[in-house]
Design a protein around this ligand. Sequence first.
Ligand SMILES: [Zn+2]
Length: 255
Amino acid sequence: MLTINPLAAFEDNYIWSLCQPDNPFCIVVDPGDAKPVLAFLKQQQKSLYAILITHHHPDHTGGLAELQQAWPDVRIIGPGAEQTKIPLLTEQVQQGDTVQLPPFQTQLQVIDLPGHTLGHIGFYSKPYLFCGDTLFSAGCGRLFEGSAAQLHHSLCKLATLPADTQVYCTHEYTLANLRFALTIEPDNQQLKNYQQHCQSLRQQNKPTLPGNLATEQQVNPFLRCENKALQQRFQQNTSLGLFTLLRTMKDPFKS
Ligand SMILES: [Zn+2]
């Protein structure tokens, strides 16, 4: 079991921290900024054991140099395909690799998730999924480097994970995503209920994350492209066709 807490960074990033009650070590995911991580470690009196990186964007990697300076032996594990853009990686991984974390008596499976960036990866250890900027609650990442087909395929891979998977994405975009989702499926009652739930969390200043994969499959339009009624509504005959259209519609959407 892991205790997972969000460390807020920038406007709307979450750096996820992974701890265990009697374990002196901590792991963080996608530290775009070192400051909140250093403050958390000091407050918790933990040592930084490893850093997991999902992709090369600066809001996910900007804290690496300062964290490595403070913890010179820290393992920095990230996508081999983006190694030239993340030169501080100490371990390069890809689809099929298993990351062993002996002090936590756990291991992570690496999943290739191209689309938002070409080398984007996710880390999975039942029931936890760290998926960076690929899948968001009620939305998905923008296409900066890959094609719609690549991102669609990546999301289809994630959709095959168990229904109880906890989705630790890295941005608090949920309410804006829900406003778009409701323009796509205005009559989806689960979507309306989920919006109310998330609005109430945000009013209390609480994160809407992690998402839950079973819920995402009911509310996230980008995971619902197999739905024939939805395809018909947008005059598409394939899941990829609908996905591509939705991704194009979402880009200029002003919530
Ligand atoms: Zn990104």
